[in-house]
Design a protein around this ligand. Structure first.
Ligand SMILES: NC(=O)C1=CN([C@@H]2O[C@H](COP(=O)(O)OP(=O)(O)OC[C@H]3O[C@@H](n4cnc5c(N)ncnc54)[C@H](O)[C@@H]3O)[C@@H](O)[C@H]2O)[C@@H](O)CC1
Ligand SMILES: [K+]
Length: 499
């Protein structure tokens, strides 16, 4: 499913009209009807429903929604919150259809009148502003939004909650706080950002008849279960341990043996054929009982970098430590040009001095930062990154020729050519030490088994997050869930795919 900016959405509508001969009124009818039917699971016949209608096309959708619900026998009061002269074009045409169908609407004179209606209502549908909003809400919208947010009432939003910017980058806004949003055609960037996503409540997407074959590809999409089903590698009956990749994990230290152990075990649990671990020799006794299937390797004179030949993938950084000796490890790996490399945790910290060299690598380099690590790599603040993660990820991945997995509740995966995927699986139970180590192991394993790196990384993130989701649905809570539980839970997720 594509993720769009406001501009891209307008472009889609234009293409649909020009290439397929659909017209604006038709799309608005489709949108309003689809949203109205989508809302039915949140409303009941005995509910009093208020539909708030703004000046633009989002308001036009509102007239179609109000008419559809009235035709179905629901108790609806339609409120146009702007003077009549403000509604024009397709929205005005649908207002006329609404009236001609025998339905009256109310015109907002004072917010007092509306407040009386809201006090009696059970449900309020926000069709005031959509992707056309610019800057902070002006009156009367700001006042109405406050009235709605204060009431204990079911709040449903059309396309996006009024006031929420469609695109990333905007921080100064006030918005309708929806319990549920019915998104038209494609989710907008703001459905995935930490500071805007909460205004949407739960959401889903309705289809309004845009012709998929004609639409421009903006190369930014939500990665879902169907995508994983399509691209997850199977296991051939005649495969052997070498068919699924031989990986090397470099990390861990005497005081931090757990991280590298979890990465290695997660890689094996997600199908890697063989895993070798290079770690502090003092840490080996702590690691080996937990990953009996792994072998241990060391460099000359007991050094941290063994012979790097013969591996299909290398992961470095988890629990590695951050001193100059470890910096040399990272430097050597960056200059090694034959094996795909994944860098996480301390490895990312040490990588900063070698960013300029990443472009020279001839095989994939994958960086898996959380926003704090990405802030360190870019010199930006965490807040700046959270405000515009799509742009900063794209800029960085393209500049350095890397795959970037920016971790968070919505993980953004970006390729060196700027393609982006978003994974929203997972839950707050993953916000714990060790989760990143487990994800790195799964990603390493997927990279070794899937030729297409973007698929490997997107699938890896999905497997990690949906395993956590399965575990909290059944057995665990978000409080007690541990990263190591996710490793053991992977079998459940894999089973849902193989069946
Ligand atoms: N063909 C299309 O373009 C379709 C559009 N659709 C709907 O149309 C919406 C986009 O329509 P529009 O482009 O008319 O935009 P909106 O309806 O989102 O908003 C436009 C109006 O908002 C006002 N406005 C902007 N910023 C404001 C602020 N800060 N405070 C107060 N008022 C502000 C503008 O003056 C304008 O009157 C979508 O979100 C969707 O709901 C759907 O009907 C499907 C088809
Ligand atoms: K809206």
């Amino acid at each position: 499913m594509d993720i769009v900016t406001a501009q891209e959405m307008y472009e889609r509508d234009r293409v649909a009209m020009e290439a397929a001969g659909l017209d604006g009124k038709m799309l608005m009818e489709n949108a309003g009807r689809a949203v109205a039917y989508d809302f039915l699971r949140h409303i009941q016949k005995e509910h009093k429903i208020v539909v708030l209608i703004g000046a633009g096309n989002n308001g036009g959708d509102g007239f179609v929604i109000a008419r559809t619900l009235l035709n179905l026998g629901y108790d609806v009061e339609a409120w146009q919150v702007v003077p009549d002269a403000k509604t024009t074009g397709d929205a005005e045409a649908h207002k006329r259809i609404f009236q001609a169908s025998g339905h009256p609407y109310r015109l907002l004179k004072s917010s007092e009148d509306l407040n009386t209606s809201l006090c009696r209502a059970d449900v309020c549908i926000d069709a005031m502003l959509g992707i056309g909003v610019k800057g902070r809400l002006r009156e009367p919208y700001a006042d109405i939004v406050r009235l709605c947010n204060e009431r204990s009432i079911v709040r449903l939003a059309v396309d996006l909650p009024s006031g929420v910017p469609a695109d990333e980058g905007e921080e100064d806004f006030e918005a309708f706080q929806a319990h549920y949003t019915s998104i038209i055609e494609a989710p907008k960037q703001s459905a995935f950002l930490q500071h805007t996503q909460p205004y949407y409540g739960e959401w889903s997407v309705v289809e309004i008849g845009l012709p998929p074959k004609q639409l421009p590809d903006h190369r930014r999409r939500l990665w879902g279960r169907a995508d994983v089903e399509r691209t997850l590698p199977g296991r051939e009956a005649h495969s052997h341990k070498g068919s699924h990749g031989k990986g090397l994990v470099i990390g861990g230290s005497r005081l931090m043996p757990g991280s590298v152990a979890m990465t290695a075990r997660a890689a094996l649990r997600s199908g890697a054929g063989l895993i070798a671990v290079s770690t502090d020799s003092e840490a080996i006794p702590a690691i080996s009982p937990y990953v009996q299937e792994a072998t241990f390797v060391e460099g000359e004179n007991g050094g941290r970098v063994p012979d790097l030949g013969g591996y299909d993938g290398i992961a470095v950084g988890m629990g590695l430590g951050r001193n100059s000796m470890q910096e040399t490890v990272v430097e050597r790996l960056v200059r090694e040009k034959e094996t795909p490399l994944l860098v996480d945790a301390d490895g990312l910290y040490l990588l900063k001095g070698f960013l300029g060299e990443l472009k020279n690598r001839e095989v994939p380099t994958v960086l898996t930062p959380h926003p704090g690590e990405f802030a360190h790599l870019t010199g930006l603040s965490i807040q700046e990154i959270l405000r515009a993660p799509f742009s900063y990820s794209k800029e960085f991945a393209e500049k350095h020729g890397v795959y970037l997995v920016l971790k968070g509740p919505s993980t953004i995966i970006t390729g060196p050519d700027g393609e982006q995927r978003v994974d929203v699986s997972g839950n707050a139970g993953l916000a714990k030490g060790g989760s990143g180590d487990v994800l790195s192991g799964i990603l390493l394993s997927m990279m070794m088994q899937t030729e297409h790196v973007m698929d490997a990384l997107s699938n890896g993130c999905f497997l990690h997050g949906s395993t956590a989701d399965l575990l909290v649905q059944d057995g665990h809570s978000k409080v007690d869930l541990l990263a190591s539980d996710v490793i053991e839970g992977l079998s459940r997720t894999f089973r849902t795919f193989s069946s």
